[in-house]
Design a protein. Sequence first.
Length: 103
Amino acid sequence: MPLIYALIALVLVIAVAWLTRAYIPVPQNFQVVLGLVLGLIVVGLLLWLVNTYIPMAGSIKDLLNIVVVIACCIWILQAFGVWGQLVRWSRSVMHRGAPREGI
């Protein structure tokens, strides 16, 4: 029974995404946020389905969950434009103490 609910929720998410892109005019910023929310719902449903219905070792499930959470965090940071700034900042911190060539 929960599998049917998950599939219904997935179909509803897809329907909402299709309707907002096809028929409902919304601002670009709202589309980004709506896409993130709908994407996170889909990722959460898929992760729940994998954790519930695919038998695997607990350590593999934990590793899968960690990888998915990290990927979602990076995805959210990229959507809001923070990821590029973090990468530039980390590169500047890592190369701050390195000697410069040609001096």
